[in-house]
Design a binder for this molecule. Structure first.
Ligand SMILES: [Zn+2]
Length: 248
C-alpha cells in the first residue's frame, strides 16, 4: 500500500523466493531472468506464472495473471479490460488455458479490510495478502455483468486466500472442484511435461542452467515469468493414511 512503485512482478518475485525458502516441496524458475539475457530488456511474458500442483492422482496446472488491487474502488472494470479496454490480456489467458488444459487464475495481491469475505469461511482473511479467483469468474466482472462500479471486496468475494489450497479442511480432497467448479472441463489426465518432471526430481542445487534454457526453447516457456512446481504427492496421501489409522 505504501510503496506504489512496487508492482505485481516484484511482489511475485518476492513471494516465490519466500515460498522456496520455507518449503522444499516447492521449486520455481524465474524464466524471465533467462529470456532477458537472450532477447531485449523486456521479457515479453504473457503470464505471471505457471504453477503445477502435482498430486499422486491428479495434477493441477494453474496459470496466473497477477493484479495488485489495493484501494476499495480503483476503476477495476477498466483494469480487468487491460490494455486500453481491449481485454486482450485476459483473453490471452483464457485462450491459452483452454487450448492447453490449464486452469486460468487471477492472483490478487491485495489488502483485506473488515468487510472482506472470501468464498471459504474457514480461514480468517484478515492477514491474507494473496487471493486467487478463477479467470472465467473474473471475466464476468470485466464484461460488466456486475455493473461498472466494482469494489475490491466484490472481487475478493469470488476469491479464496491462496493458502486455502494447503490448509482448507478439504485441501487435497476436492478443494479445486468445490471452489472453482468451472475447472471440470479444463482438467484432463495429462501426463506431466518433461520440464515439470525435471523440476520435481532434481535437487534444487542440481538444476542446470543449460537444461532450463533447453526447456524454455523446446516448450516455449518464455510466455511465463515464472514456472513453479509443488509436490503434493505425499500430502495427498496423508489424509487417507490418517483415516485408516483412526478406523483401526
Ligand atoms: Zn479454505
Amino acid at each position: 500500500m505504501n510503496v506504489e512503485g512496487v508492482g505485481e512482478e516484484s511482489i511475485t518475485d518476492f513471494l516465490l523466493w519466500k515460498w522456496a525458502l520455507i518449503d522444499r516441496k516447492f521449486r520455481s524458475i524465474k524464466v524471465s531472468s533467462f529470456t532477458r539475457q537472450e532477447e531485449s530488456s523486456i521479457s515479453g511474458a504473457d503470464f505471471e506464472m505457471e504453477v503445477w500442483l502435482v498430486g499422486s492422482k491428479l495434477n493441477y496446472p494453474l496459470v496466473f495473471q497477477a493484479k495488485k488491487f489495493v484501494k476499495t474502488y480503483d476503476g477495476y472494470v477498466n483494469k480487468l479490460n487491460y490494455p486500453k479496454n481491449t481485454k486482450n490480456q485476459m483473453s490471452t489467458l483464457l485462450k491459452y488455458a483452454s487450448a492447453n488444459s490449464r486452469i486460468p487464475f487471477y492472483a490478487f495481491y491485495s489488502l483485506p479490510d473488515e468487510k472482506t469475505k472470501a468464498m471459504c469461511r474457514h480461514n480468517d482473511v484478515e492477514d491474507c495478502g494473496v487471493f486467487m479467483a478463477h479467470a472465467k469468474v473474473v471475466e464476468e466482472f470485466a464484461d460488466g455483468k456486475h455493473g461498472r462500479r466494482v469494489s475490491k471486496n466484490d472481487l475478493l468475494g469470488v476469491s479464496n486466500p491462496f493458502h486455502c489450497i494447503f490448509c482448507c479442511p478439504i485441501a487435497f480432497r476436492g478443494y479445486f472442484e468445490k471452489y472453482f467448479p468451472s475447472i471440470d472441463g479444463e482438467l484432463s489426465e495429462q501426463s506431466l511435461p518433461e520440464y515439470v518432471r525435471y523440476l520435481l526430481d532434481a535437487h534444487e542445487l542440481e538444476i542446470s542452467e543449460e537444461r532450463v534454457r533447453t526447456f524454455i526453447k523446446e516448450y516455449n516457456l518464455g510466455k511465463f515469468r515464472h514456472i513453479a512446481v509443488y509436490d503434493m504427492r505425499e500430502l495427498e496421501e496423508s489424509p487417507n493414511k490418517a483415516l485408516q489409522r483412526t478406523s483401526r
